[in-house]
Ligand binder design. Structure first.
Ligand code: GH3
Ligand code: MG
Ligand code: MG
Ligand code: MG
Length: 304
């Protein structure tokens, strides 16, 4: 899966499934210079490895003992974990009905042996490119278009998961609710586009500060952001929130209509040791009330 926020360019992984060692050797020689190559010599191994490693592409033989390639394909396509992995049959079965069956089962391509290595390599590259774009598109569903932060939809997915995880592991879970101060006036004074730039700068600052892989920044609504801090106690979260406030002050974005003269943030903070009787929405509600208090007490501050 490509992370649009932190795109890591890793080599694609290809799983080759074939019961004949000589075929595997040929494939390996052909693919290893450009890809990570994994092998399975029977259907069961293939299913197991595919689910465990989720390769970017599977090259699948048809004639194999025990479980043939058609059946392997069918099983891969009926498992949520593996159903989106493109499958290319590479087989000596030239019969049209076998090819039709393979494609109907969901394979993206069907290559008959003996094949031209150059043509097969080109086809594989094309399939991988398509897969890359498909993954990227799928990920965009979770990203806010303006700031690149995770969006509200992703927050709604993550929060219950993190809540359950914290409960199982008996670890604290902290949540920071952040709101930009006097932002309506900022837009009025400097224009909506400048407002957009300001939101982007704030998200940049937040993502630079929250560097642990588990810490995630979400755009919760217009000029409101949420940071979810798993395995972070009240002290740790308060320190982090103070740093967020400070970094924003250091950005020193001019805001003539604010009593502070610059763009500032208010933060409502809460930390829970999740318990079965609590509801996940408790965390948001408490943070929201704390944010309200931070506003009431003058903004540009943290309230716990
Ligand atoms: P407070 O200090 O109490 O938070 O006051 P505020 O003006 O920040 O709060 P209010 O909720 O009244 O206004 C929020 C403003 O944020 C209004 C809205 O136009 C602006 N806003 C929301 N989303 C965006 C956006 O994507 N871009 C820009 N430029 N402005 C936005
Ligand atoms: Mg075979
Ligand atoms: Mg607001
Ligand atoms: Mg505001």
């Amino acid at each position: 899966m490509i992370d649009p926020i932190n795109p890591v360019t890793t080599r694609a992984t290809i799983l080759v499934v074939d019961d004949t060692p000589a075929n595997i050797e040929v494939m390996h020689a052909m693919l290893a210079p450009d890809y990570e190559v994994l092998f399975a010599t029977n259907g069961h191994e293939a299913l197991e490895l595919a689910a465990k490693t989720r390769p970017d592409l599977i090259l699948l033989d048809i004639i194999m003992p025990e479980m043939n390639g058609h059946e392997v394909c069918q099983r891969l396509k009926s498992d949520v974990v593996t159903k989106d992995i493109p499958i290319v049959f590479v087989t000596a079965m030239a019969a049209t009905d076998s090819e039709e069956k393979g494609l109907r089962l969901g394979a993206i391509d069907y290559i008959v042996k003996p094949f031209s290595p150059a043509v097969v390599k080109a086809r594989i590259a094309n399939h991988l490119e398509l897969k890359r774009y498909r993954d990227l598109l799928a990920d965009l569903v979770w990203i806010d278009g303006l700031t690149g932060a995770r969006n509200r939809r992703y927050f709604d997915e993550c929060l219950p998961r993190e809540f359950r995880r914290a409960m199982r592991a008996h670890l604290p879970l902290s949540l920071m609710m952040i709101d930009v101060d006097y932002f309506k006036q900022y837009n009025d004074q400097y224009g909506h586009l400048a407002g957009d730039d300001c939101l982007k700068a704030i998200v940049n600052t937040l993502t630079q500060l929250l560097r642990r892989p588990a810490d995630v920044v979400f755009r919760y609504g217009g000029e409101e952001f949420v940071c979810l801090l798993p395995d972070t106690d009240a002290n740790g979260a308060a320190m982090m929130a103070e740093q967020v406030l400070n970094r924003c002050r250091k950005l020193a974005v001019e805001h003539k209509l604010s009593p502070y003269g610059i763009v500032t943030l208010s933060i409502g903070l809460t930390t829970l040791m999740p318990q079965p009787e609590q509801h996940v929405s408790d965390l948001v509600e408490i943070a929201d009330q704390a944010l309200y208090r931070a506003k009431e007490e003058g903004r540009n501050r943290l309230y716990v």
